[in-house]
Design a protein around this ligand. Structure first.
Ligand SMILES: [Zn+2]
Length: 64
């Protein structure tokens, strides 16, 4: 699992915005994209960013 300290210094490579950890994904709500986490290492590569579907960014208000 990713630790919270690490999460704090991570930012979306596209918009430099805040990322939200959800399961094995780091989600950017601004870009509506997520970055996969493989073996505990977030793949912060723009080309690896995947589109979020509507289901996945519904938790918007739950910012933790
Ligand atoms: Zn972003």
């Amino acid at each position: 699992m990713l630790n919270k300290e690490l999460l704090k210094i991570l930012a979306c490579p596209i918009c430099k915005g805040e990322l939200i950890l959800k399961g094995d994904k780091l989600i950017c709500l601004k870009c509506k994209k997520y970055y996969p986490i493989k073996d505990g290492i977030p793949i912060m590569i723009i080309d690896e960013a995947k589109e979020l579907n509507r289901e996945e960014y519904k938790f918007k208000d739950d910012k933790r």
